[in-house]
Design a protein around this ligand. Structure first.
Ligand code: A3P
Ligand code: MG
Ligand code: MG
Length: 378
């Protein structure tokens, strides 16, 4: 018996490790009916200028200006201006939620849904939610999301994984040029003023961004999120945002059924997730040839993208994406119980594994800035 120092009584329950909660990501676990998703409505917007400075207005919004459809195909040289007229954003700067928090701070007193609405909401970037939606199908890139609760609200902010940082710092020159080409396509398709014309002679400055701030709800999770919007179509059938917004994308020209299948399975999933969340109805794709010229355009309707994989056993399913996201948000809500802006729960995921969680205090993971916490506490 214990104390006698002679006989050890087996107490196996004392040897069991405390089971750390985790969340599986297998698609089969999230099949089922599509969950409730409130039609996203725009609460406001903001812009970031060429110096990455915040402005609480739509000054960076551009206007969809496709080439005339007079039987001619476009001929956009996406490599033109690289690298001389490229002003890339400094990716070493970790902006976290700062610009979105700036908007929330300015508008907190007059949010629709009443003064208590924000306290029950989740605040994050659209891009973080996109990663959650595609997680059950992702086989390459893991993610980390930091979460803090403050005045009831749950804030989610992505943390760059060590692997992602390594990849960014060793990005091959060809990949850097490919990134430029995506932005260059926007320049060929957008004007600075409604009814204006495009100007591909200028610089491509990726500090500039127009962001829409949206309200939605997934299941019982009210959401306030912001996403970058490429342009507005002044001729859209519905002039009300987000229905008038257009997402622009580039992709490789496809020449075989195998290439198409892979495009529907991988790329369309990402395009769908990104545009479905904010309610952007159309994605305009420019297909580039091996020389980097876009010679054809195709509009994909967000709500019809699933049709390309509906009968594909290895395709993706919107219900799985949304059910997993809802499950993750519940997992996060139940994990982050204490209301404390300095307390951070770090959710980590690698393909092939469940989502795990660790607890942290203050630097380097705390992400709610002092200026925000203090202003909100006034
Ligand atoms: P394409 O996606 O057309 O290649 P977005 O399409 O979201 O508006 O982003 C504009 C461009 O930014 C992309 O154009 C791509 O060039 C670059 N980009 C966006 N996300 C990226 C990522 N995760 N990795 C590399 N480049 C990215
Ligand atoms: Mg964009
Ligand atoms: Mg785009």
């Amino acid at each position: 018996k214990r104390g006698a120092g002679k006989i050890e009584v087996a107490e196996p329950w004392n040897k069991l490790p405390l089971l750390a909660p985790s969340l599986p990501t297998n698609p089969a676990l999230y099949a089922g009916p599509f969950p409730f998703y409130r039609r996203p409505s725009e609460l406001g917007c903001f812009s970031l200028d060429a110096q990455r400075q915040y402005h609480g207005d739509a000054r960076a919004l551009r206007y969809y200006c496709p080439p005339p459809t007079n039987g001619q195909s476009p001929n956009f040289d996406l490599r033109d201006g690289y690298p001389d007229r490229y002003r890339p954003r400094d990716e070493e700067v970790q902006e976290r939620l700062d610009h979105l928090l700036c908007w929330v701070l300015e508008h907190r007193g007059r949010l629709e849904g009443g003064p208590g609405w924000l306290a029950g909401a989740i605040v994050t970037w659209r891009g973080h939610l996109t990663k959650l939606l595609t997680t059950p199908y992702e086989r390459q890139e893991g993610w980390q999301l930091a979460a803090s609760r403050f005045q009831g609200t749950l804030y989610l902010s992505e943390v760059e994984t060590p692997a992602a940082r390594d990849q960014r710092l060793t990005r091959p020159p060809l990949l850097q040029e490919l990134m430029y080409m995506g932005y260059k396509f926007e320049q060929y398709m957008c004007a600075d003023k409604p009814g204006g014309s495009t100007d591909p002679s200028g610089e491509v400055n990726t500090n500039v961004a127009f962001c829409s701030v949206l309200r939605s709800r997934l299941g019982n999770h009210p959401l306030l999120f912001s996403g970058e919007v490429d342009c507005i179509d002044p001729q859209a059938p519905t002039a009300q945002p987000p229905s008038c917004y257009v997402e622009l994308k580039t992709s490789k020209e496809m020449h075989s059924p195998g290439q198409r299948k892979s495009f529907y399975r991988r790329k369309l999933l990402k395009w769908w997730a990104q545009s479905f969340l904010p309610g952007v109805p159309n994605v305009v794709a420019g297909f580039r040839n091996p020389e980097g010229f876009v010679c054809s355009l195709k509009t994909f309707r967000t709500m019809e993208m699933f049709e390309y994989v509906r009968n594909d056993r290895d395709g993706w399913n919107p219900s799985v994406c949304m059910n997993f996201c809802a499950a993750f948000l519940s997992f996060a809500q139940n994990t982050v119980v204490q209301d404390d802006p300095r307390l951070v729960y770090l959710f980590s995921w690698e393909p092939g594994s469940p989502v795990t969680v660790s607890e942290h205090r203050d630097a380097p993971h705390a992400f709610l800035p002092t200026w925000y916490v203090e202003a909100m506490t006034q």
